[in-house]
Design a protein around this ligand. Structure first.
Ligand code: C2E
Length: 854
């Protein structure tokens, strides 16, 4: 005893009871067994293996025991005492009961075995032996009792003694019971025969089966009867009609009837109606068949998994195809071998499968993606659905698999496509550099980082000097190739951590992070100017790219990405003003001018709406006879605070901001309106020249706007002339020619303003439909003294005439100039000498005085 700790002792008892119980169930299942343990003050256990729980407790049972429990030996404990009640309320676990015993003290036990079979001595002996071993093992005071309960013997039955009449039992038995003689004549039928399509049961007696039943049925019955006699008995299915004509199926047990000498004198048949059972069986068979068909031809691969056997018990053809195994191999396969050990999300297949099976058993229908193995090696992505598959109480699960590998492939393609689109959205198609969108993203990110780490970010913005010229003269293809060369050089020149992006056109940006001093940024800028500017051969042209870089620094120059870019842009223009191939850091002064421009822009916008603009007209005279031949219309802005502002100040702002389109339309509209007004007053007007800005010229609906205005005011194209600057015409020669031809075709005459200030050659201009050249005031103002200007002016006049163009001299202020120009055969002149630009009223007077010229 000493070697047992109380816990160990209780544990030993428990183990022994478990195995004893198993053994007992197997060999002595029909006996009732009770084991009662007790210590000094507690009865611990009654074991009755026949109850539903393996162990259960019944205090009543204890009272019934024979011989009765040795209550005196149990000390204070009585069947009704607290100890029993307490145990009775507990769950049926002998483990916990045993633990309640005082396992350090001596334990006693009694085992009762109830049996009704006195001859079963071997079983009794075995129980006794097992009990002995328990006693030995746990050192328990042991007592073994066998209680034999008596059984009824047939010889003592009231039935056999004749006390009970068997006939009513047979009569009311819910089966057809009949007896016939050896000729097939009915000796007896029970009441159940009343169900059959035939006479009343009484009328059967004495008649032959062939008289009672249709020939086919009677032959079958009689043939079975004869077989039963010959074989000594027969179990066979037979049919007969019930009242109403319905055919019923019976399971008949037929056996010969013998008299006391053993002589056969007839046949007895006991037939049970199995019509319903057969129908149910048929129904079951059919539904099983349907199920099999469904399984076989289902589009999915289907496996039936037996949870308790942990294997598959059925599979359809698609499952064979999916797993690359025949049905037999699938049935014997370990389910774990049908998928890779890890799923695509790196989850363990065994764990996930076990979870899914548990969920299915809990009534869920899990639906999930799963990698299967085809031929044990090729992973096939599938969509799996598990559902309980109820079949005769077995725990079966139907697993259906849909191969989604093609779906996955198109999903993958879609993802690649999306990634490509994403790339295109963030990269420049020509150079492959990050585009404006990606730059904005990176810039925001690096600014956020710089804010957190208190560091600086530099933005270097540059474009190529005279790129437009290269593009226009050498073609877009060459322009594109040059841009690619620059982009490649740029990518090589910057560190991988820095971003080089193309904003569009010839504009590029470098984003520098984590630099030491500003001198480092200067160094990068110088390096870029040098390396990107090295001569290169592009499409057979030897080019020397030149760039101007504007630099702004966070947080010194701006706090947001937008203003950082804006300030780099301002600095770049300053660098360009210095003559190109320069870099400039942004300074506050640069911004001041920009701020003023912004102010002017918003004021000008309002000025157009509020009619703060007006027109003045400057006459142009024919030098041959001093007659009025034209007028140039010029715009004035009557600023509410600043007074008159001249176009030289606001036209560049309007051009830069795009407001020039609105402003230009305003000038065209009011000019046409004014001409119409003068005409209404019977005032003849000469050709009136309107200045056209570059943006206006390229506006796609310019001609349409003009046509509409002329029509609205009943004017013709010859009433108007357009003046365009020389540099404007040279910007895009091909496009210019196309647009000019359109205007000329419509009948508008065209004049080149400020001629001589640009780079164009007269020969180049010959390609355009130009009617008039206006020599810039700078060449006129020093005439005739300045020899150079005299030569230029006389050459321009001579060549223009050669090309069929007329020449207008601008800014003629002196009679000397007038005479000199007249001598050079200059056609027309405009200037303060003749008239300053005239407001509407004054112009009307001027017109009145010159009506004879027109
Ligand atoms: N010193 C001097 N100046 C003379 C003399 N004769 C005329 N001028 C000035 O020279 C300019 C001639 O116009 P522009 O060359 O077309 O040059 C114009 C034209 O390019 C532009 N401009 C004026 N109005 C418009 C307009 O409605 N639309 C567009 N796009 N540009 C306009 O603004 C420029 C300046 O116009 P304004 O200030 O009106 O200046 C006018 C005129 O007042 C002279 O003998 N001596």
């Amino acid at each position: 005893m000493d070697q047992f700790t109380p816990l160990l002792r209780a544990r030993t008892l428990t183990l022994w009871l478990d195995s004893f119980s198993d053994w007992f169930k197997q060999y002595c299942a029909h006996h009732r067994l009770s084991i009662i343990f007790w210590d000094d003050d507690m009865v611990a256990l009654v074991l009755d293996h026949r109850e539903q729980a393996s162990y259960s407790f019944h205090s009543n049972h204890v009272e019934e025991l024979e011989p009765p429990l040795p209550w005196s030996a149990l000390g204070r404990v009585e069947p009704s005492s607290q100890s029993f009640v307490q145990l009775e309320n507990e769950s049926a676990s002998h483990h916990s009961w045993l633990l309640k015993l005082n396992c350090t003290a001596p334990l006693s036990a009694v085992i009762y075995l109830e049996t009704s079979d006195a001859a079963d001595t071997s079983a009794l002996q075995q129980v006794a032996d097992q009990s002995e071993s328990l006693a030995a093992l746990a050192e328990i005071q042991w007592d073994f009792h066998v209680l034999q309960r008596q059984q009824y013997r047939m010889s003592e039955s009231p039935l056999s003694s004749g006390e009970v009449d068997l006939l009513p039992i047979i009569e009311h038995c819910p089966a057809l019971i009949s007896a016939k003689d050896l000729n097939g004549n009915i000796l007896f039928v029970n009441r159940h025969f009343a169900l059959l399509d035939g006479p009343s049961p009484e009328e059967y007696v004495g008649k032959n089966v062939f008289e009672l039943f249709p020939k086919k049925i009677a032959s079958e019955l009689w043939s079975n009867d004869l077989k039963a006699i010959n074989q000594g008995g027969l179990e066979v299915e037979e049919t007969c009609h019930h009242k109403g004509g319905k055919l019923h199926t019976y399971l008949s047990n037929k056996f010969p009837l013998k008299d006391s000498t053993g002589e056969i004198f007839g046949i007895c048949a006991i037939s049970t109606d199995i019509t319903e059972r057969k129908a149910t069986e048929l129904h079951l068979r059919e539904s099983e068949q349907r199920l099999k068909t469904l399984l076989r031809y289902a589009p999915e691969a289907i496996l039936i998994f037996d949870v308790d056997k942990a294997c598959y018990i059925d599979a359809n053809r698609n499952a064979e195809k999916l797993f690359g195994l025949n049905k037999r191999n699938l049935m014997t396969a370990d389910p774990a071998t049908l998928s890779p050990s890890l799923q695509s999300d790196k989850g363990s297949s065994t764990t996930v499968r076990a979870q899914m099976i548990q969920r299915t058993l809990n009534g869920e229908v899990p639906h999930f993606e799963w990698l299967c193995l085809r031929h044990g090696s090729e992973a096939v992505p599938c969509e799996v659905r598990m559902v309980q598959f109820p079949m005769s109480g077995r725990r079966l699960i139907r697993e259906s698999f849909i191969d989604i590998s093609s779906h996955k492939a198109s999903e993958r393609k879609l993802k690649e496509h999306e990634a490509h689109l994403e790339y295109l959205a963030h990269h420049d198609a020509l150079t492959g550099l990050p585009n404006r969108l990606l730059l904005a993203d990176r810039l925001e990110h690096s600014l956020a980082l710089a804010r957190r780490s208190d560091t600086r970010v530099a933005l270097l913005l540059f474009d190529l000097d005279r790129f437009k010229y290269i593009n226009d003269t050498l073609g877009h293809d060459t322009g594109d190739r040059l841009l690619k060369t620059i982009a490649n050089r740029l990518s090589e020149a910057v560190r991988t951590m820095d971003t080089a992006a193309r904003l569009g056109g010839d504009e590029f940006v470098v984003l520098l992070e984590q630099f030491g001093a500003l001198s480092d940024v200067s160094q990068v800028a110088s390096k870029l100017i040098e390396t990107l500017g090295e001569p290169c051969n592009v499409a057979g042209h030897e080019l020397s790219p030149s760039l101007s870089i504007g630099i702004s620094v966070f947080p010194d120059d701006a706090s947001s990405a937008e203003s950082l870019l804006k300030h780099a842009d301002i600095a770049m223009y300053k660098a360009k003003e210095s003559g190109g191939r320069h870099f400039r850091f942004f300074t506050g002064e640069m911004d001041q001018r920009t701020t003023q421009q912004l102010k002017m822009e918003s004021e000008l916008r309002k000025a157009i709406i509020n009619n703060e603009l007006s027109l003045v007209y400057q006459p142009q005279l024919s030098l041959a006879d001093n007659t009025l031949c034209g007028m140039e219309v010029l715009v004035r802005w009557h600023h509410p605070k600043r007074g008159i502002i001249y176009p030289g100040e606001f036209i560049p702002v309007a051009e830069e901001t795009g407001l020039i389109n609105d402003l230009g339309l305003w000038v065209m509209r009011h000019t046409c309106k004014q001409i119409a007004k003068w005409r209404k007053k019977a005032l003849k007007t000469p050709r009136i020249s309107i200045n056209l800005s570059a943006r206006q010229f390229h506006q796609h609906d310019l001609l349409a706007q003009l046509k509409e205005l002329l029509q609205a005011h009943q004017l013709t194209a010859s009433d108007i002339e357009f003046e365009m600057t020389e540099s404007m015409l040279m910007a895009d020669a091909e496009e210019t020619a196309r647009l000019l031809n359109q205007l000329a075709k419509f009948g508008i005459s065209l004049a080149v303003d400020d001629f001589g200030t640009g780079y164009s050659s007269l020969a180049y201009l010959q390609k355009f439909p130009i009617h008039r050249l206006k020599i810039d005031r700078r060449f006129i103002q020093h005439l005739p003294d300045n020899g150079n200007d005299s030569v230029i002016v006389s050459t321009i006049i001579a060549m223009a005439h050669n090309m069929g163009m007329k020449v207008v001299a601008e800014g003629v202020e002196t009679g000397e100039q007038q005479r000199f120009l007249a001598r050079l055969k200059c056609d027309e002149a405009q200037g303060y000498l003749f008239a300053k630009p005239l407001p509407t009223e004054a112009c009307a007077d001027y017109l009145k005085n010159h009506q004879a010229d027109l």
